[in-house]
Write a protein that binds this ligand. Structure first.
Ligand SMILES: Cc1cc2nc3c(=O)[nH]c(=O)nc-3n(C[C@H](O)[C@H](O)[C@H](O)COP(=O)(O)OP(=O)(O)OC[C@H]3O[C@@H](n4cnc5c(N)ncnc54)[C@H](O)[C@@H]3O)c2cc1C
Length: 442
């Protein structure tokens, strides 16, 4: 049973986390307003507020499950829009640093689609809710407050000042959120964020599917791995007739954005299908690159004088190296926690309860995303991190010849199982006793 609090909640940012938050808040607030910088009238197109939409977005199995609870039959709707559901064994060609992963069916799948498609479908569902509305074309640049309580937002709309008031304000303005400086204007100071930089770059392009190429997978993935594997790539079928190709560069490496350079980088990968697609398929977009992708955690849960009337979630709190595909799933988990807590608490009065829950949901994805990336650092790392890196390295060496270990790894990487399951005796034994594949097998 959901509790009803007060009249009005306002969400800054109608991106992925903002939309999910609005969906959840609509159960407890009479009126929920999404305030978005971009104009969203042409809702099938790219917009500048989410530049990451030029790059592929995969939805982890755990994320799909949480979203389905918020939006029943979302999976069916995504499928109808052309999203691909790939079994992480039989439909997934995955290259660990030491060799190819086994291809037996795993019974767990990842969904791939363009970011524009998943956001459009969710936005339409959210805006159909009778008590949710959208005000677009507004850039928020500060918080209104009264004696330690946030009471609204201020900003500009086409050059004219904009203010709005709410009982609860939720910051979901993403990776480049200005919340830390808005809080400083209120005299609230945040601890320095934790930052781990994998110096990662994505270079991506869409292609029309070339049906002459007979491929026995729906998604191919070649991972980067510190400190020796700086190059990787991925390709998946998206939105019906398209392939999304991405070339990864880590540790400072990056694929060029010109035609020849893009292809020539792809030919250096083990997965030669990627280069073959680039050579033979018809491009359906420009080549886009985003660099310096890092993981950053704003530890808002540690701020004792965090203002009442304010919550933050999604990338505004924790943004991760996207290569592991955690972002949307983490936003969904934040919103599942929001829903659960709103049933018991007036979070406008007790916001830190929520910020602590956000921190809890972030712990595992943060550890997964940063343990490997810390391998690019030249600093001496804590013993616990070096142990995890050593174990991960052994595990990746064993994956090519061992479907049991691969399955355990996949279930953890899809956030379905806790990482501790990688230390279950059956997995531990195989990881510690497994042999490295011979050069000919690699
Ligand atoms: C290259 C790349 C690839 C990725 N791939 C994946 C993937 O495969 N799988 C996955 O799960 N995640 C992936 N992610 C992460 C995913 O995009 C984010 O985790 C997710 O979008 C977080 O949602 P959000 O709502 O917090 O931020 P966003 O979705 O970025 O939304 C923020 C919104 O706030 C608006 N906004 C910003 N500032 C203001 C302001 N001042 N006033 C009003 N509105 C404002 C923006 O216009 C935008 O609409 C990837 C990220 C990157 C960078």
């Amino acid at each position: 049973m959901t509790a009803m609090y007060s009249d009005r909640a306002l969400v800054i940012g109608a991106g992925f986390a903002g939309l999910l938050a609005a969906r959840v808040l609509s159960e407890s607030y009479g009126d929920v307003v999404l305030v978005e910088r971009d104009q969203l009238a042409a809702d099938t197109e790219h917009r500048s507020g989410i530049p990451q939409a030029h790059h592929p977005h995969a939805l982890l199995a755990r994320g799909a499950e949480v979203l389905e609870a918020l939006f029943p039959k979302l999976g069916t709707e995504l499928k109808a829009a052309g999203a691909i559901q790939a079994d992480l064994g039989s439909d997934f060609m995955s290259r660990a640093p030491a060799g190819w992963a086994p291809r037996d069916p795993i019974g767990l799948s990842v969904r791939s689609m363009t970011r524009v498609t998943i956001e459009r479908i969710i936005r339409r569902r959210v805006l159909k809710l009778p008590n949710v509305s959208l005000v677009d074309g507004v850039t928020i640049d500060g918080l209104l407050h009264d004696r330690g309580t946030v009471t609204g937002v201020q900003g500009t709309r086409q050059g004219t000042p904009f203010t709005d008031y709410a009982d609860l304000v939720v910051d979901a303005s993403g990776r480049n959120s200005k919340l830390v400086s808005w809080l400083a204007e209120l005299g609230v100071h945040c601890p320095a964020p934790m930052i781990v930089n994998g110096h990662l770059a994505y270079t991506s392009r869409l292609y029309e599917v070339n049906h002459d190429l007979k491929l026995d997978w729906k998604t191919a993935y070649e991972i980067t791995h510190a400190p020796e594997t700086k190059r990787g790539g991925a390709v998946s079928s998206v939105d019906g007739g398209l392939w999304f190709v991405t070339l990864f560069g880590a540790g400072g490496d990056m694929a060029p954005t010109d035609e020849d350079g893009f292809l020539s980088y792809a030919t250096t990968l083990r997965c030669q299908d990627i280069a073959e697609i680039i050579k033979t398929a018809t491009p359906a977009s420009k080549i886009y690159r985003v660099g310096n992708l890092r993981s950053r955690w704003n530890r808002f849960h540690k701020i004792p004088n965090w203002p009442r009337g304010l919550l933050a979630l999604g990338d505004s709190v924790v943004s991760l190296n996207p290569v592991y595909g955690h972002g949307m799933t983490l936003a969904a988990l934040n919103c599942a926690a929001l829903r659960e807590l709103l049933a018991e608490h007036d979070l406008a009065k007790e916001p830190l309860i929520f910020q602590r829950a956000v921190a809890k949901t972030a712990q595992i994805p943060w550890m997964s995303a940063t343990t490997t990336d810390l391998g690019w650092s030249e600093k001496k790392l804590p013993l616990s991190t070096r142990f995890m890196q050593w174990y991960a390295r052994r595990l990746f060496q064993v994956v090519p010849g061992n479907r049991h270990v691969y399955r355990a790894f996949i279930r953890v990487s899809q956030m379905v199982d806790h990482p501790v399951s990688l230390f279950r005796p059956a997995v531990l034994w195989k990881v510690l006793s497994g042999r490295r594949p011979r050069a000919t097998e690699q």
